[in-house]
Design a protein around this ligand. Structure first.
Ligand code: NAP
Length: 249
């Protein structure tokens, strides 16, 4: 048995096990399995690896993509530069093991975008692991961005309450990288001034469950272009799958 899995909390929203197990089935890898491991404290991370000796790779989701770094032995260059990890390889040698963190969210997000990107400035809602990966992807295609946060964190962060009509007009792409609106809390939506949206805006939600969040619905009502997180989910999972299948290097 070769075991992979997902850590995060809660995991009720996640499709990852279906995506990976279907891929293993298609490729005839009948001894491969992907499971959900909801852990409510990262202090349980090493205990999980020790209790599952067949576990050789993990994905990481909300709320641990940044916090997990201090529990890992090393990071690849991309994860290091983003400051967030969504994929971990576990290299075992008898009873000992070491862990290396990667980030496939940035590549997955980039692959989900139309090329060339139909906007030159974007607002990223949230400042967590996914927001950092989106920012990295946008830098690589020379799109200017600012984070929108509940807090006044850095020079490049705008608090929600300070989103003016001018800012909404300047930034034609708005990317929801918060969990607000995700199953089961599907009636929630990020507090941006939706009244200033126009048909020239492009709204992207990283959430894929539900497929149409209230954030996206309010964009559709203003005739914006919209995209949910399904494409990103598939692309980041493909990149993680390739990493899992690569021999140790
Ligand atoms: N489609 C995909 O493949 C894909 C990949 C990665 C992530 N995602 C989705 O992206 C979302 C974020 O994931 P993540 O891993 O980045 O989570 P995270 O590290 O926990 O960060 C989420 C950020 O959202 C903001 N936030 C949290 N609770 C909020 C609230 N109640 N109201 C307003 N803002 C809030 C916070 O920013 P501030 O504190 O600055 O406000 C926080 O830093 C999740 O829904 C996740 O499922 C999807």
């Amino acid at each position: 048995m070769v075991l992979y899995g997902l850590i995060g909390f809660p995991l009720g929203h996640s499709n990852s096990a279906d995506v990976f197990n279907e891929k293993f089935r298609q490729e005839g890898k009948h001894n491969h399995e992907y499971r959900l491991f909801p852990i409510n404290d990262l202090k349980g991370f090493h205990a999980l690896i020790e209790s599952q000796p067949e576990l050789c790779g993990l994905n990481v989701t909300i709320p641990y993509k940044i916090k997990i770094i201090e529990f890992l032995d090393e990071l690849d260059e991309t994860a290091q530069s983003i400051g967030a990890v969504n994929t971990i390889k576990i290299f075992r040698d008898g009873k000992t093991y070491h862990t290396r963190g990667y980030n496939t969210d940035a590549g997955g997000f980039l692959q989900s975008l139309p090329h060339p990107a139909p906007f030159s400035k974007a607002l990223i809602l949230g400042t967590g692991g996914a927001a950092r990966a989106v920012a990295h992807a946008l830098r690589s295609v020379h799109v200017n961005y600012r984070f929108v946060s509940r807090y006044n964190k850095t020079e490049n962060t705008i608090p929600y309450g300070e989103l003016t009509p001018q800012t909404m007009d300047d930034y034609k792409c708005i990317i929801n990288a918060t969990p607000v609106g995700m199953y089961p809390d599907i009636n929630a939506f990020p507090p941006i001034p939706y009244e200033y949206l126009t048909p020239g805006h492009f709204l992207i939600d990283l959430i894929y469950n539900p497929p149409q969040t209230r954030f996206l619905k309010q964009g559709l009502a203003k005739k914006c272009k919209v995209m949910n997180g399904t494409k990103m989910l598939i692309h980041q999972a493909k990149l993680a799958y390739s990493l899992f299948q690569e021999p140790e290097g």
